[in-house]
Design a protein around this ligand. Structure first.
Ligand code: ADP
Ligand code: MG
Length: 491
């Protein structure tokens, strides 16, 4: 049943979009940006030698006691505020019991019935408008260690560096309906947390991973289908591939008269398919109970309010401000606010130059350059200061847009000052009417036939004259002035 031939799969995708709707809910595990772990003082640096960031608490030596890291609590509250969610004044840490080689405690400390953050919403910016996705809750929990199966052929090795690292599990409502919405949701969550500085969102390093819940139902049906949960998917592309495969598999089962078993599945990135791992465990299988080593977490109003006061401007507000203040289109604003570093760069450039030109140059030439060199905007070869200088040169008519592109290219080699490039290379736009008149007179006297033809009604020849003037000025003539003077002279 799991294996579908290619033709069959394509057929299903078609059938799926015609008759079925896919319903998706995500449990995102976001690593809290913090220098130490949730219940110990061990560091959390990525990429360290195995088992070098481990304290007696993290390896669960008998008698060791967890101590709550206040900073991680603040990070979770900040994130909750960013998700427009209710912050619960009382939350409880529970033990979730299970056995695994990379879990020396024999249980994970998590939050079950009483999470630190309750219901909230995230707004997606989709091509056809906005859509709100419900958040069910956000709870804090510890990460487990990592089992390594591919170093020693006969043994499994364990690295406990991750053991005890703080995670926020952000659980969405089953409100997502397509691969594009999943893409947009993950990007938005990431963007919000990066604005807040609560998670670096680095998916390659595993700072953001998700369990993906998928079900299908006939279009128009009000009831949800039975879901399958695909564990631990660590890139947006893999999430989309897993959902696509899984939705089609479920449609296939239903169409053949079968029914979906609620189960936990694994996505095989090499074979591009999901496989059954185990039937879905129930909460009671974990024997959750409040951790007797930790008191319930009680927050007072002032503690929460102090955090609220220091929340920075978030992407949705920034987008609104950019639209109102700078008169950007929602599309442009989305592009500029989605990444906090891009928004900072834009604000630096536009502070000292024309907003419209700043928008166009950043989303056009600069993005293309960064793309080509595979760089982040924080690594931009052209600084915001020099880009705003370039824009001012255009705005003041000192250089033409066309010449600006040449200068931009020169600038990208070591962040050169555009004003100096203009000086050194003599690229100033010719805007002196007397100088331009000289060139124009020359062109007119050299092309008497064309002048005659133009005067007899061949309007199209105007372009020819402009072209000749531009050519003879080495592209430096101010095109607007050339137009004006030429019109006067020819008419
Ligand atoms: P569990 O720990 O059992 O996985 P959670 O409450 O933590 O339960 O998460 C359940 C996730 O599954 C949520 O993201 C929710 O939106 C999603 N979900 C629930 N029902 C469905 C369904 N029928 N189809 C798709 N997703 C669903
Ligand atoms: Mg789950």
């Amino acid at each position: 049943m799991d294996k579908l031939s290619k033709e069959n799969k394509e057929y299903l995708i078609k059938r799926n979009t015609n008759e079925y709707e896919v319903v998706i809910g995500l449990e995102v595990h976001a690593q809290v940006l913090s220098e130490s772990k949730l219940f110990s003082t061990s560091p959390t640096k990525f990429g360290s030698e195995p088992n070098t960031q481990v304290s007696l608490v993290d390896v669960a030596f008998p008698g060791m006691l967890p101590v709550i890291n206040e900073f991680c609590i603040k990070q979770a509250i900040k994130t909750g505020i960013g998700l427009n969610a209710k912050i619960n004044k009382k939350s409880i840490f529970d033990r979730k019991n299970y056995f695994y080689a990379d879990l020396p405690q024999g249980y994970q400390i998590s939050q079950y019935k009483n999470p630190i953050v309750g219901e909230g919403t995230v707004t997606l910016d989709l091509p056809n408008g906005e859509k709100k996705i419900g958040i069910e809750r956000l709870h804090l929990e510890q990460d487990a260690g990592k089992s390594i199966h591919d170093i020693d052929p006969n043994n499994t090795l364990v690295d406990l560096n991750r053991s005890g690292v703080a995670l926020m599990e952000i659980v969405s409502k089953p409100d997502l309906r397509s691969l594009d919405e999943v893409n947009s949701y993950i990007k938005k969550l990431r963007s919000i947390m990066r604005y807040l500085g609560t998670c670096d969102g680095n998916m390659q390093e595993g700072s953001l991973r998700a369990d993906v819940n998928v079900s299908v139902r006939k279009k128009g049906s009000k009831e949800l289908g039975t879901r399958c949960e695909i564990k631990n998917v660590n890139s947006i592309k893999f999430m989309q591939m897993a959902i696509d495969y899984e939705a089609n598999r479920q449609v296939d089962v239903i169409e053949e008269g079968g029914s979906i078993d609620q189960e936990t599945r694994l996505f095989d990135t090499k074979k591009n398919e999901t496989r059954s791992m185990r039937s879905k465990e129930d909460a009671h299988d974990y024997r959750y109970f409040p951790d007797p080593d930790l008191l319930p977490l009680e927050l007072d109003e002032n503690f929460i309010n102090d955090i609220k006061k220091n929340i920075p401007e978030l992407p949705d507000e920034k987008k609104k401000r950019f639209i109102e203040k700078f008169k950007l289109s929602p599309y442009e604003a989305n592009i500029l606010v989605s990444d906090i570093d891009t928004s900072k760069f834009f604000e630096e450039v536009s502070k000292n130059s024309d907003v419209k030109l700043a928008t166009n140059w950043i989303t056009g030439e600069l993005f293309a350059l960064l793309n080509e060199k595979n760089l982040e905007i924080t690594e931009s070869p052209i600084s915001s200061k020099n880009l705003s200088k370039l824009i001012n040169l255009i705005k003041k008519g000192i250089i033409s847009g066309k010449i600006a592109k040449t200068i931009f290219e020169l600038m990208s080699d070591g962040d050169k000052d555009p004003e100096k490039i203009v000086e050194q290379k003599g690229l100033k736009q010719q805007s002196d009417p007397k100088e331009l008149e000289k060139i124009i007179d020359k062109i007119i006297s050299e092309n008497p036939k064309n002048v005659e033809l133009y005067k007899s009604g061949k309007d199209k020849l105007f372009g020819f004259f402009v072209g000749q003037v531009m050519k003879s000025s080495g592209g430096k003539a101010n095109p607007q002035l050339v137009n004006e003077i030429l019109k006067k002279k020819l008419n």
